[in-house]
Each structure stands twice: as structure tokens, then as C-alpha cells.
Design a protein around this ligand. Structure first.
Ligand SMILES: Nc1ncnc2c1ncn2[C@@H]1O[C@H](COP(=O)(O)OP(=O)(O)O)[C@@H](O)[C@H]1O
Ligand SMILES: [Mg+2]
Length: 363
């Protein structure tokens, strides 16, 4: 099973520019989590911090018992071997065919024979649906296929933690769904801890077990998918509905006057864009039939039961519904709320400027 990644009080600046501060979250071992946020909120910076490519000035990142902000470079090197990373642009070598691209980490970091390498590469190519395209150059294939090849390459060293930066960027909705399915299948197959960074609403609604959101230099919340998907937090609702109305503006931040002006336009009949009031929760994607059972599902159910009583009411109802569904609609009998308060994952509310009174789950 993948390992847990535990981030506490993490703060990152470039010079005098604060990117985010006091970010605390735990990626549960072997589960799929997603970090959402408008463009420029520092999602990629967060991802790069997790593998030690960027160095936050405060806080800790504990992976497999090691705080990577305090460990030696030798220890960091070892920790990095746990990771498979798909960067935003796929980062394939343009002059190498897909086979050699995917084989690259194996040739670079292991002493495996060419026949062993071939076996592993073909296995991963099959997992991402690229069998038969080994001889193609990156320039000869679609963006979606390049993403898949990047994903295959991220998988060859059997990572326990997989970081995926915007797997959907540049893909149409159907291709995005295919790559979403692939991510779920990978989780079923190798039970790795997965973090997906994205601003794709469909992916956020259907793929992750846990969701967090960055906005205005803060982590607005992080917890089981039901918490964010039923949240009443204005920034979360706006993001999920993709509308212009709300705190997110063209240049990320909006002042009160602009918000009032836009609301007035909408009140007068102007379309605010997006999908009006998509409420509630759509079912999570499942592994493709024939794949191994996704063990994260059962583990997460157990974990969520433990923290259930700490979650907002809307989230509790949604979780109860999904439990009823998975237990065959028998009312989810035997439910027990008397659990300990430990390992609560939810950050109650965003406390940034202008948001003092916001809570979520008030219905
Ligand atoms: N290496 C860097 N040096 C200085 N500033 C950076 C660096 N990397 C990212 N930034 C800045 O950090 C902010 C967040 O960037 P990024 O993480 O790419 O956002 P996102 O992935 O959420 O769209 C941006 O303002 C960007 O300019
Ligand atoms: Mg980015």
C-alpha cells in the first residue's frame, strides 16, 4: 500500500511573494486525493514542494516517517524514489519514442536487464492504454496520448506516491474522463497514494476520495469528497459551478465593489456563465470491471466513519447515503457515531480577508 503524506503548517514564498501559508493536510495512504484551486494559487508549487524540488520556509512534510524539510540530501534521494510524478506538460523527451521515454527511469536508476525493462514498460503501457504505440514519437501523437505516456513513465519504478499535475489540461471532456478512469484503475491496481492537482470540475466531482482547495494563499478545506462537494463556502460553490458570481475573479481575487456590481448585473438578468447550481454529489467513478477491487474504498469508508461526527451535517448525510448504497440499501445498519476525535482531516473554515463568518455545511 502507498504511504501517508502528512503536511503541517507549510508556508512558501518566493522573495516577498507569499504563495500559500499554514497549509495542513494529510494524504491518506493509498487513497486518491485532489487539490483544486484557481490558476496561479500555487498548486504546482505545492506538488513540487512535496518531492523536495521547492523548499517551503516553514512547516513540515512527513513522508514515511521522514520530515523531508529537515532530512539529509541522501535521505531525500531515498524518499524521492517513492514518488512517480506526471508534470503538467508531460515532460517527454521529443527525440525518443514512447518506449524509450517510458523506459528512461529504469535505465537511469536500476540495473535491470533490457528484457526485464521491456516487460515492465509493456505492462505500464497496457495499464495506460498505449499498447501498440511504443514506436511513436511524442510529436506524432495527441496530447491525451502524451499524458498517458507521461503517466506510464511515472509508474515504472513502482511508486508508492503518485503526483499528477493537471492530467486534464489540453484534453477534451471525453479524454479527460478516460484519463480519470485510468487514474482510478491505477489506484486499484497498485494501491498507491495519489494526489491530483487540477481545476477540472468534472474530475473533482467524480475521481478523488478526498478533496482540498487552495484560494487566496490558504487551504480553504481538505477532507472526504463529501465535505467539499456539499460545501456552502462561497468560493467552493463558485468554483464547482464555474460561474462568474463569487469571490474568484479574472485575476483570481475580487473586491467587494466588483462582487456587488456583478451581482447587480445578474439580478438584472445577465447570465453569470457556468452551470447554475449544480448541487450535491454525483457517484464516484469505480475501477473498470475486471480490475482488482479498489482497496482504498473500504479503507476510506472505515476512516470516514471515525471522523463522521466531526463533519458538517450536509457531508454526513451524503456519506450516509453512499454507505447505504454500498451496503445494498439496507439502511446502513449498525452505524456507530461513538468514535474518537482523532485524525480529523477537515479544516473548518477559511479565515481570510472578508470571510470571517463563513462556515460550510449549514444547508
Ligand atoms: N520557481 C518560481 N520562482 C518564482 N515564482 C514562482 C516559481 N514557481 C511558481 N512561482 C509563482 O507561484 C505562483 C503559483 O504558481 P503555480 O504553482 O504554478 O500555480 P498553479 O499551479 O496553481 O496554477 C505564481 O504566481 C507563479 O508565478
Ligand atoms: Mg500548475
Amino acid at each position: 500500500m502507498g504511504v501517508e503524506v502528512s503536511v503541517e503548517g507549510l508556508t512558501k514564498s518566493f522573495g516577498s511573494q507569499r504563495i500559500w501559508q499554514d497549509v495542513t493536510l494529510t494524504l491518506p495512504a493509498g487513497e486518491v486525493s485532489a487539490l483544486l484551486g484557481p490558476s496561479g494559487t500555487g498548486k504546482s508549487v505545492f506538488l513540487k514542494s512535496l518531492i523536495g524540488l521547492l523548499r517551503p520556509e516553514q512547516g513540515s512534510i512527513v513522508i514515511d516517517g521522514t520530515n523531508i524539510l529537515e532530512c539529509s540530501s541522501k535521505e531525500l534521494y531515498e524518499i524521492r524514489k517513492l514518488f512517480g510524478v506526471l508534470f503538467q506538460d508531460g515532460a517527454l523527451f521529443g527525440s525518443m519514442n514512447l518506449f524509450d521515454n517510458v523506459a528512461f527511469p529504469l535505465r537511469e536508476h536500476t540495473k535491470k536487464s533490457e528484457s526485464e525493462i521491456r516487460k515492465i514498460v509493456m505492462e505500464k503501457m497496457e495499464l495506460v492504454g498505449l499498447l501498440g504505440a511504443e514506436d511513436k514519437l511524442p510529436g506524432e501523437i495527441s496530447g491525451g496520448m502524451r499524458k498517458r505516456a507521461g503517466l506510464a513513465r511515472a509508474l515504472v519504478l513502482d511508486p508508492q506516491i503518485i503526483l499528477v499535475d493537471e492530467p486534464d489540461s489540453g484534453l477534451d471532456p471525453v479524454r479527460t474522463t478516460y484519463i480519470s478512469q485510468t487514474l482510478i484503475d491505477i489506484n486499484a491496481e497498485i494501491d498507491a497514494t495519489i494526489l491530483i492537482v487540477s481545476h477540472n470540475i468534472n474530475l473533482a466531482r467524480t475521481v478523488p476520495d478526498n478533496i482540498g482547495m487552495l484560494f487566496r494563499r490558504h487551504l480553504v478545506m481538505f477532507g472526504p469528497r463529501e465535505v467539499l462537494l456539499t460545501s456552502e463556502e462561497p468560493v467552493v460553490k463558485q468554483f464547482l459551478n464555474g460561474t462568474m458570481i463569487g469571490p474568484i475573479g479574472m485575476s483570481e481575487e475580487k473586491d467587494e465593489a466588483t462582487m456587488a456590481q456583478e451581482q447587480a448585473m445578474v439580478d438584472a438578468g445577465h447570465h453569470a456563465g457556468g452551470v447554475d447550481d449544480v448541487e450535491g454529489i454525483v457517484p464516484q467513478m469505480k475501477a473498470t470491471p475486471g480490475m482488482p477491487f479498489r482497496q482504498a474504498v473500504a479503507r476510506r469508508q472505515e476512516r470516514v466513519r471515525h471522523i463522521m461526527h466531526t463533519l458538517p451535517e450536509n457531508a454526513q448525510i451524503a456519506i450516509q447515503d453512499s454507505l447505504d448504497e454500498t451496503s445494498g440499501g439496507n439502511g446502513g445498519g449498525g452505524y456507530d457515531y461513538a468514535y474518537s476525535q482523532e485524525d480529523t482531516q477537515v479544516i473548518p473554515a477559511y479565515r481570510g480577508e472578508g470571510y470571517e463568518n463563513t462556515t460550510h455545511g449549514q444547508g
